[in-house]
Each structure stands twice: as structure tokens, then as C-alpha cells.
Design a protein around this ligand. Structure first.
Ligand code: CDP
Ligand code: MG
Length: 732
């Protein structure tokens, strides 16, 4: 792929040819912004699980390593002045002026909707104010975040501001990672984690305040939380409820919470100049890179924030940018490239918050995470290609997919606003004004209306909420999606015919996993291989970041990987072999290097596995290892994943059994060349084709044996002579 030279002065050069950009003018669109620009999701997308963040272990006063006393003292006084500086910074936030007023309002009303621009200090300050005002004497202050990275980084920041060690008074809790202690009074957590806390503590008795933050994001978990906290607030008058949001459509939240008052924090916001492209961009990544470099070369100091859709795209952009900066020669000021996405290793996350050195400029390449969850100081230029990755769900087939989709107007405005926090800013939209006004939706559709609900339905059922159709949803999900979820849970034996939770369902709900994975684990009791199955589950959770494949050693890496596939055991068992072999070497790092395996991913798998082991104990399933009985292991997998079965077609493609559609074995699978007649797969990923990833062979009679209420003999009969149902195109 070729990229244009940013200095060539072509029409992409926004400053050489000013008229290429229009100010708030409606131009003529030549290309529809809709489906044509939809890009398929990247190969490296992880379908259900993307939990791969390491700890943020930051603490201001970690003086242990300083042996000499003077150094220690020096360090302490430096920490002291850093601490004082942080206190000054706290006072300079827009929030600070309203501290007492806000505390009064919280005292007076049980439920308060709080609205303030991103960066005004809602997330970091309000919990501290509550602590200072004594609320934490009565119970914890919990603050939910839709994103794991935000929960961790905000907790780290607040612990610094309070001068305490992260995990002590201030902690965070995200799936598979609890960085809190008995001391913790300010708890930042993902919305999904608070949801899970309802299972153990249905009235949230240990909390004095719950702050549902970033409410405007309307994630599935946040929407469910709304219903649950609204309910408990009725019988817990001492519980304070704060709903905070960065956008101004707070009326909706207020209406939902029985006309709760709205507390507005006037933002300090500088004007932002919006520029549009004259014609739609065929390649927004290229356009974004060119624009960033143009800004760097021609514009006054100030950092740049570029919104991209995912890790792979960000890495590509980083590579191209580095290459092109070299091409610009040495006369150009330094451009520091900072990527930020959910799976970025922690060491690198901190880099985006570091102040930019004098004379240099920072360009932050971010996913949607920088839209409202994280505030990066010093941003003056925003480049907005107008896309994000979004989940969509087809309730008919039960297929979930992640597509690069145009953003909403609300998102576009949030993005633009990120440039005007500390001074006047500029936002470059890589789409036309016509696109903006005519093609973008006003608001993003809430996740609850475009996702698989099986997880949430199981959770609500475990909380004793049976009548889901009448649950107090802010925006109800489509009823087909609810039905589909009930159907799946029934098929997995988590619910009985009356829709009541079964013993299996109750056990499944203990695992913070997708119901199919939970079922696989619960079923392993019967097949006496629980030990092996939780290793597989932990490894599946890590997704596709286990093996690496350096460009210059691809053959070696592939050979190393194929060793685990000896005997065509299938991908699940290969994952088990990787885990067990690593364990046998006493978790050796060297072994990982030799086998082209990412040690960081393995350590994470071990953490997850340990927690799953604890949960097994909780549901009283004995830990039994049975690594040589491959049939038992495969049957456990099939017990959870039977809805994901497919059979080979004459042409080498596969056809899913229940909602027939054509799929293929992913080239990275150990079975890609083997093509067994029947397979069960972990997930589908749509790239150039619809691919099954993590595939294991099965015997068709298992389907009828394991899921007689789901498959009948006629579904699995060898029908090479019969015709398959035709005309069922791919789910849109
Ligand atoms: O929640 P809201 O968007 O209103 O603001 P916040 O997240 O509380 O951020 C307030 C300020 O804290 C930001 O302007 C950042 O300067 C700073 N902050 C930071 O430096 N590092 C973080 N991880 C989070 C916030
Ligand atoms: Mg915030």
C-alpha cells in the first residue's frame, strides 16, 4: 500500500490548499457515508473477551529502593512537592468551585444527575469530596466506569492525589483483577463488576454512595445498573445515587430517575474551529496520518489527538508515521507518538499522560477511549475520521459482529470538544459537512439494543428478576433479543421450561464469563476433567495474543506452534497443551521465548485460571485432571458450545448447523488443513470471510446426546445426498 508524501502539497494538504477544508459549510457528497465505508473487523479482534490489561501499580511514595538515606530524603521531598502540585491541580479543576454546592445537593437529594464537560473533574474529584465530607465512614463510595483502562488509570490518579498506595484506601476492581483491600473506601470499578456485586450483596449494603459514571456511554451493564440501583434506592433511603454524564441530554436520566435534580457544572470550554473535507476520503487512515503530519509541520504548538478504531489500525498508523517522520528530515521538531487502546501494556499507558517536552509535539493515537473516559491534557488539535468499532447483533441468528461504523453526531461533538479544553482548538473531520449533517445519527444506539443479552438475562434471573419484559429499562432491548437469550439459556439448561433458574444456571452465574463458557466449565464435572477445562477457558479468555510471529522468524514460529497441534487434537486442546507444558517448566519465561509464546499473556492466563479454580470450589465442583481423555474434554467443550457447530461442505467450506450460513476455518487454526467433517468453534470473526476461530472436531452424535432439546437426529444425519437449505445469506 502506498501513502502520499505529506509535503507534496496535494489536495490532502489542508494548509497548503486551504479551500480543501470548509468551515461549517454544507458541501455536496459524492459518496455515501453509510455501508460502503464500513470496514470489516480486523483479524486480531477478540470476540467476547478483551481482558488483557496488566496492573497499574503506581504509587507516589514507593521509596523502598533507595538505599542511601539522603537519596531517600530527597525522594521524599520530591514526592512531597509533587503531592503539593497535585493539590494545586485539583483546585484548578472546574469542579472545585462547585465542591460545597455539590455536597449540599448530594446531602439534600437521594438521586442526583451530574453533568459536566469531560475533564472537569467528575470522576477523580467527586469521590474524593465525598470522602472528605465523611460519606466513607458510612460505607464505600463506588464509582463505575464503562472501560477497564479508565477504572485503573483513574484509581491510580486518585491514589496519587490522596497520597496513598493504590489498592489501599483507593482501589479498583475489574474482571479477574481485584486491586482493593479491607481499607478501600473509594472503589473504582467497571460497571460489569458492580453488576456482579449485586449477586453477593443485593442491596449493596457496604456502599454509602454509588456513582454511575459516564452514564452517557449507555453500555449494556450501565443500563442494567440503572434499573437495579433505582430499585434499591427505594428501600435504602441512606444510599446516595449519583448519575454522571458528559453530555447535556441529562433530561433523559432525570426523567428515568423520577425527575431527579440535575446539577450542571459549567465547563470551561474554548471555541473549537471545525474543518471538514471537501470530498469524502477513500482512505481515512491515510488522510489522518497526512493531516497529523501537516499539523505538526505547519501549526503552532499543541498536541494532536487522532481517533482510530482499534489496536491494529493504531499500530499501522504508528508504523507509517514513524517511517514518514524519518523522511521529513532532521529540521522538523520531534513528534512523540503515543498509542492508547484497551490492551496497551500498562508501562506504555502512563506515557500518554506525561507532559510533552519543550519544543516537541505529542500525537496521541487513540480509540474511542479518549472520547470521554480519559482526559489528556495539552490537546489542541483533534483529527476525527468519523468511525468507531461497534458491536452489532443479529437476534435471528444470534450472531454478534464488530464492524467499523460511522460515529454519531454526539460522538463527533465530544471528539471535537477534546481540542478546546485548555485553549482554543481545531478539529479536522475527515468527512464532509454534508456527511455530518445528513448521514450521521444524532446519538449512538445504546448497547442494550444491539447486543447478545444471554449474559445479562442469566444475571437478572440469578437476582430473582423473572419478568424481564417488564424490567425497568431506560430503553428496552428488542424483544427478539430477549427471547433469543432465553432460548439459549434454556438450551444450555440454565433455565427450565418455565424460564426459572436451574441448579446448572445458578452455578453458571457464579462465573464472570459468557454463558457458553460457564456451561463448558460446569459440564466438566460430569466428564471429570474440570482442571483441564478451566485451563482451556483461561486460555480462550486471552484470545489470540498467545503466539507471536516475528516477521523474520515466521517459519520457526509456525513450527513451534504446530508442535502443540500434533495429532490434530484441535485448537482447544492445543491451548491446553501450551498451558500444561508451560506449567511443567515451572512457568518458565525462557520456555515461552523458545516457543514463540507471549509470556505476558500466559501470566494473565494463569491469573484467570487461579480465579476460576476458586470459583469451582465455590460451586463445589471437584478439581479433576484428565488430560488424556480427549473425548471427555471435547464433550465438555461441546456441552457449552453446541450452538456453534458446523459441518464440512463439499467445497471445503463449512455450514453452521442451526442457522445455516457458510463459514470457514480460520487459517491460524491447527485444523485449517485437516478439515474434519464436524466441528465446534469458539467464535466467528468476520474479516475477508466469516471465519471460525478456535476449532475442535466433534462427533455428530454428541450433539444429540448432549443437547437433545436443541438438535434432533435429522439435524446431524449425514446428508451428503440431501440438499442443504439454501438462500440464507449472511446475517447483516
Ligand atoms: O471525569 P471528568 O471527565 O469530568 O474528569 P476527570 O477524569 O476527573 O479528570 C480531571 C483531570 O484529572 C483531568 O483534566 C486530567 O488532567 C487529570 N487526570 C490525570 O491526569 N490522569 C488520569 N488518569 C485521570 C485524570
Ligand atoms: Mg470521567
Amino acid at each position: 500500500q502506498r501513502y502520499r508524501d505529506p509535503t507534496a502539497g496535494d489536495k490532502m494538504n489542508p494548509f497548503a490548499e486551504q479551500e480543501a477544508w470548509e468551515d461549517h459549510q454544507i458541501g455536496k457528497a459524492t459518496l455515501n457515508f453509510g455501508s460502503k465505508n464500513k470496514k470489516r473487523m480486523s483479524d486480531d479482534y477478540q470476540f467476547v473477551f478483551e481482558d488483557q490489561i496488566e496492573f497499574i501499580k503506581a504509587s507516589v511514595m514507593d521509596g523502598d529502593k533507595f538505599a542511601d538515606e539522603h537519596a531517600e530524603l530527597r525522594e521524599m521531598s520530591m514526592a512531597q512537592s509533587a503531592f503539593e502540585k497535585l493539590q494545586e491541580e485539583r483546585k484548578s479543576l472546574p469542579m472545585y468551585r462547585y465542591r460545597d454546592e455539590l455536597l449540599d445537593a448530594i446531602e439534600k437529594y437521594q438521586v442526583l444527575v451530574i453533568v459536566g464537560e469531560t475533564g472537569s473533574g467528575k470522576t477523580t474529584q467527586i469521590p474524593q469530596y465525598l470522602h472528605e465530607a465523611g460519606y466513607t465512614k458510612r460505607g464505600k463510595v463506588g464509582c463505575t466506569q464503562p472501560r477497564r483502562v479508565a477504572a485503573m488509570s483513574v484509581a491510580a490518579r486518585v491514589s496519587q492525589e490522596m497520597g496513598v498506595k493504590l489498592g489501599h484506601e483507593v482501589g479498583y476492581s475489574i474482571r479477574f483483577e481485584d486491586c482493593t483491600s479491607d481499607k478501600t473506601v473509594l472503589k473504582y470499578m467497571t460497571d460489569g463488576m458492580l453488576l456482579r456485586e449485586f449477586l453477593g450483596e443485593p442491596d449493596l449494603a457496604s456502599y454509602s454512595v454509588v456513582m454511575v459514571d459516564e452514564a452517557h456511554e449507555r453500555t449494556l451493564s450501565t443500563d442494567i445498573l440503572f434499573g437495579l440501583v433505582k430499585d434499591i434506592a427505594r428501600f435504602r433511603p441512606d444510599l446516595k445515587l449519583l448519575i454522571s454524564s458528559a453530555t447535556l441530554d441529562a433530561e433523559k436520566f432525570s426523567d428515568y430517575f423520577d425527575s431527579a435534580p440535575i446539577f450542571k457544572i459549567p465547563g470551561r470550554r474554548y471555541p473549537v474551529e471545525i474543518h471538514y473535507t471537501k470530498a469524502p476520503e477513500a482512505d481515512y487512515l491515510d488522510a489522518a496520518i497526512v493531516t497529523a503530519l501537516q499539523i505538526h509541520v505547519t501549526q503552532s504548538p499543541g498536541d494532536i489527538l487522532v481517533f482510530l478504531t482499534g489496536q491494529e489500525e493504531i499500530e499501522t498508523a504508528e508504523e507509517i508515521m514513524k517511517h514518514r517522520i524519518r523522511g521529513l528530515g532532521t529540521k522538523i521538531a520531534e513528534l512523540i507518538i503515543c498509542p492508547i487502546y484497551a490492551n496497551l501494556p500498562t508501562e506504555l499507558q502512563a506515557k500518554i499522560f506525561e507532559p510533552t517536552p519543550e519544543g516537541a509535539r505529542k500525537v496521541v493515537l487513540a480509540t474511542n477511549i479518549a472520547e470521554t473516559s480519559l482526559t489528556i491534557d495539552g490537546i489542541k488539535y483533534v483529527i476525527d475520521p468519523g468511525f468507531c468499532k461497534m458491536k452489532s447483533y443479529n437476534p435471528r441468528t444470534g450472531m454478534e459482529s464488530l464492524l467499523v461504523t460511522p460515529i454519531s453526531k454526539a460522538s463527533a461533538n465530544q471528539r471535537a470538544g477534546r481540542s478546546g479544553r485548555t485553549g482554543p482548538g481545531k478539529c479536522f473531520r475527515l468527512y464532509t459537512a454534508y456527511n455530518y449533517y445528513n448521514d450521521l445519527d444524532d446519538n449512538t444506539v445504546p448497547e442494550i439494543q444491539r447486543t447478545n443479552l444471554a449474559n445479562v438475562v442469566l444475571m437478572l434471573k440469578s437476582l430473582g428478576i423473572h419478568d424481564l419484559l417488564h424490567f425497568d429499562f431506560m430503553d428496552p432491548p428488542p424483544s427478539e433479543a430477549l427471547l433469543k437469550a432465553l432460548e439459549l439459556l434454556f438450551a444450555l439448561s440454565a433455565l427450565n421450561k418455565l424460564g426459572e433458574l436451574t441448579k446448572v444456571g445458578r452455578r453458571m452465574a457464579e462465573f464472570p464469563l459468557d454463558p457458553m463458557l460457564s456451561k463448558m466449565i460446569v459440564a466438566s464435572e460430569k466428564y471429570k476433567c474440570s482442571d483441564d477445562i478451566i485451563s482451556i477457558a483461561a486460555m480462550l479468555n486471552i484470545g489470540n495474543s498467545i503466539f507471536y510471529r516475528p516477521k523474520d522468524k515466521q517459519v520457526h514460529a509456525d513450527n513451534a506452534r504446530m508442535n502443540f497441534h500434533a495429532g490434530n487434537v484441535g485448537d482447544h486442546i492445543a491451548l491446553l497443551k501450551v498451558y500444561s507444558s508451560w506449567k511443567e517448566t515451572n512457568y518458565s519465561t525462557q520456555w515461552c521465548y523458545e516457543n514463540y509464546i507471549q509470556v505476558r499473556s500466559m501470566k494473565r492466563a494463569r491469573d484467570i485460571r487461579d480465579q476460576l479454580e476458586g470459583l469451582l470450589e465455590r460451586v463445589e465442583i471437584e478439581l479433576i485432571s484428565n488430560p488424556n481423555d480427549l473425548e471427555a474434554i471435547k464433550k465438555s467443550i461441546t456441552s457449552g458450545f453446541f450452538p456453534h457447530s458446523a459441518r464440512l461442505q463439499k467445497n471445503g467450506s463449512y455450514r453452521t448447523v442451526k442457522h445455516p450460513q457458510t463459514v470457514h476455518i480460520h487459517p491460524s487454526s491447527g485444523l485449517a488443513q485437516v478439515l474434519p467433517r464436524w466441528v465446534v468453534y469458539h467464535e466467528l470473526v468476520l474479516t475477508s470471510k466469516e471465519y471460525m476461530r478456535q476449532v475442535t472436531e466433534l462427533k455428530p452424535e454428541w450433539l444429540v446426546e448432549i443437547a437433545p432439546h436443541y438438535y434432533q437426529l435429522k439435524d446431524v444425519e449425514d446428508s451428503s445426498t440431501k440438499k442443504m437449505p439454501r438462500g440464507q445469506g449472511r446475517a447483516s
